[in-house]
Ligand binder design. Structure first.
Ligand code: NAP
Length: 248
């Protein structure tokens, strides 16, 4: 049986590109999503058409019961979980700081931080060699926003990614002797739906001039870094960050 990789938020964007590349590298891919079942099924169909293995798993990562059910479903399949990509993420609408509502702050932190913690917790329980697992690797999706702070746009989102950076460092150290490596990628401006979610579908065009390489990145370029961090080629890499941001 192929080793399994769980990619959260894999119905679109960076997650979908990661799922596709993972399948091409021989993983059986668990394609998590929360709303867009058709998009998630299309990702699986594309993988299967290319001779790969994939299946969908619906769960809101911000909901502990749903995360537990998702991992129970993985257990029931009898898969050997070797890789997890904590990719699901949301951003609130671009707004001045004084306009942030408590509901928006809560949702951003719950999906981006609580969700990543819950998924990582269930993953290490299964992968740790200390508890009989086969070992593995986790890649967390941080963001260049964690370095920049995203003023006038979404400081809450930037802060959530700062939390991901701290989580990455802590998990890397706590599980270094458990056969689990934990790293993060920090994408810059990548062409996905997330900018429209922030209410700015033209954000890529507006910000391109500020990027040293003068272009936005593609989801596939982020996926390449994720797959490298998960691979044996990165066997001595843990607690590290790769900026995939065109120099920004
Ligand atoms: P995207 O195109 O907006 O896709 C978001 C994905 O996350 C979708 O698959 C969505 O599922 C899923 N999702 C959202 N909330 C979820 C939840 N509560 N539970 C489970 N899945 C959930 O995003 P993206 O641009 O590919 O971003 C992926 C990751 O990279 C995020 O963590 C983001 O913060 C980070 N990132 C992106 C950029 C960028 O410029 N694009 C830059 C830096 C960092 P549905 O389709 O079902 O809604």
């Amino acid at each position: 049986m192929n080793p399994c990789m769980l990619v959260t938020g894999a119905s679109r964007g960076i997650g979908a590109a990661t799922a596709q590349l993972a399948a091409a590298r021989g993983y059986s891919v668990a394609v998590n999503y929360v709303n867009d079942v058709e998009a998630a099924e299309a990702v699986c169909a594309g993988i299967e058409a290319g001779g790969g293995e994939a299946f969908t798993l619906r769960a809101d990562v911000a909901d502990e019961a749903q995360v537990l059910a998702m991992f129970a479903a993985l257990d029931a399949r009898g898969v050997t979980l070797r890789a997890v990509v904590n990719n699901a993420g949301v951003v609130g609408a671009i707004a001045p700081f004084a306009h942030y509502t408590a509901a928006r702050l809560k949702r951003t932190l719950e999906v981006n931080v609580l969700g990543a913690f819950l998924v990582a917790r269930e993953a290490v329980k299964r992968m740790s060699t200390e508890s009989g697992g086969a070992g593995g690797a986790i890649v967390n999706l941080s963001s260049a926003a964690a370095r920049i702070g995203s003023p006038n746009e979404f400081i809450d989102y930037a802060a959530s990614k700062g939390a991901i950076d701290a989580m990455t460092l802590g998990l890397a150290k706590e599980f270094a002797t458990h056969g689990i490596r934990v790293n993060a990628v920090r994408p810059g401006l990548i062409e996905t739906d997330i900018h429209a979610s922030a209410g700015a579908p033209d954000r890529v065009e507006r910000f391109t001039p500020m990027i040293p390489m003068r272009r936005a990145g593609q989801a596939e370029e982020v996926a390449q870094a994720i797959l490298w961090l998960l691979s044996d080629a990165a066997s001595y890499v843990t607690g590290s960050f790769i900026d995939v941001s065109g120099g920004r």
